[in-house]
Design a protein around this ligand. Structure first.
Ligand code: CA
Length: 322
C-alpha cells in the first residue's frame, strides 16, 4: 500500500473511532437546562453536538423545552395561574410563544414541592434565564459556529409527537421544514434527529421524507405511545431498525450493568451497522456501581465502544476523551 493511502486509511479509522460528545440540554450540569446560556457554555466547551428538545406553543412555534409542561423549569404558575389545567399542570401548548418568552426559566424542580431536583446545580430562582424558540437557538448556534470557527452540530428531539397529535398538532410536520431551512437536511449535515416513538420515527423517514440522520431513542420496556423497546433491543428489532435509522439512543442502564460491567447491546447494534449514542452521563448522578467520570467513560467508550454520549457535563467527558 502506498504511504498516502495508508495515511488516509489510518485517519479514517481514527475519525471513526473518535466518539462524539453531545451536550444534553446544553451544559445542563452547570446552568439551567435548554437556556441560551447553557448552549453557549456547551459550545465554548467544545461539545460536538448540542441537544434541543422540541415542543409546540399554542401558536405552533417550536420551543426548546424538555417537558410538554412548563411548571418544572419556569415561573409559569406565578405568571399565568389561570392556565392551569384540571390535572393541576401547566402546558407549553396553552401559551403562545410570546407568552412563554416572558417566563423566567430556572433549574429543574419538583412542581409539587418546589424542591430543586439536582441540589448541587445552579440555584433555583437565581438569575433571569428564558425559554428559547427552536429557530432562535439554531440562529445562535450558527452564529457561534461562525465566530468561533468551529462547527458544533445540533441534536433535536421530537418530544411526545403522539400527545401533540391528540392536542390537534403535528409536531414533526412543523419542525422538519425549520431544520431544512437552517441547513439541516441530509446525512452529511451535522444534525441527528431523535425520537422515542417508533411509529413517528418511521413516519419521519417515510411519509415526511426526512433525509438527514435519524436516531431511535430506546427506553426501558414500553413507550407512552406503545413503542415496544424490549423488542427493538433484540437482534431482530435492531436489524429492523437498521433499515429505518442511522442509530439508536439507549439508556445507560442498558449499557452498564449494576456490577459495572458492560452489556452486549452496542456490539449487537454495531453488527447491523447502527451507531449508538447512549444517554445520559451526569457527574452528580453516576450510573450504579461506577465511582467516577473516568471509569464511566472507560466503560462506555473503551469497553462498550459507544459512538457518542449524551452528557450534562460535556467538558469533563471531552477532557477524558482528548
Ligand atoms: Ca432529549
Amino acid at each position: 500500500m502506498r504511504p498516502a493511502a495508508l495515511v488516509a486509511l489510518l485517519s479514517a479509522a481514527l475519525n471513526a473511532a473518535q466518539p462524539v460528545v453531545i451536550a444534553h440540554r446544553g451544559a445542563s450540569g452547570y446552568l439551567p437546562e435548554h437556556t441560551r446560556e447553557a448552549k453557549v457554555m456547551a459550545h465554548a466547551m467544545g461539545a460536538d453536538f448540542i441537544e434541543q428538545d422540541v415542543v409546540l406553543s399554542k401558536d405552533d412555534v417550536p420551543m426548546v423545552l424538555h417537558d410538554v409542561h412548563l411548571d418544572t423549569t419556569t415561573d409559569v404558575a406565578e405568571k399565568f395561574p389561570d392556565r392551569r389545567r384540571a390535572d393541576g399542570r401547566f402546558y407549553a401548548i396553552d401559551l403562545t410563544a410570546a407568552e412563554i418568552g416572558t417566563l423566567v426559566a430556572t433549574e429543574r424542580f419538583d412542581h409539587r414541592t418546589g424542591k430543586q431536583v439536582m441540589p448541587l446545580r445552579h440555584p433555583k430562582g437565581r438569575g433571569v434565564f428564558r425559554v428559547p424558540t427552536l429557530e432562535s437557538e439554531l440562529e445562535l448556534i450558527a452564529e457561534l459556529n461562525r465566530t468561533a470557527g468551529r462547527r458544533a452540530g445540533i441534536y433535536p428531539e421530537l418530544k411526545a409527537p403522539a400527545w401533540h397529535r391528540k392536542e390537534g398538532k403535528d409536531l414533526a410536520a412543523i419542525v422538519l421544514p425549520i431544520l431544512r431551512k437552517h441547513g439541516y437536511a441530509t446525512k452529511s449535515d451535522p444534525c441527528y434527529l431523535q425520537c422515542f416513538e417508533y411509529a413517528e420515527v418511521k413516519r419521519v423517514r417515510g411519509e415526511l421524507g426526512w433525509k438527514g440522520n435519524l436516531i431511535m431513542l430506546l427506553g426501558g420496556s414500553k413507550g407512552v405511545d406503545g413503542t415496544d423497546f424490549t423488542r427493538l433491543k433484540t437482534d431482530d428489532g435492531l436489524k429492523e431498525l437498521s433499515g429505518v435509522v442511522e442509530g439508536i439512543g439507549p439508556s445507560l442502564v442498558d449499557i452498564i450493568s449494576k456490577d459495572a460491567s458492560v452489556t452486549d447491546l452496542i456490539t449487537r447494534a454495531h453488527a447491523v451497522g447502527l451507531l449508538v449514542h447512549p444517554y445520559t452521563l451526569r457527574a452528580d448522578a453516576l450510573p450504579k456501581g461506577v465511582k467516577d467520570m473516568r471509569q464511566a467513560a472507560e466503560l462506555i467508550f473503551r469497553n462498550a465502544r459507544a459512538d457518542g454520549l449524551f452528557t450534562d457535563h460535556p467538558d469533563q467527558v471531552i477532557k477524558i476523551l482528548r
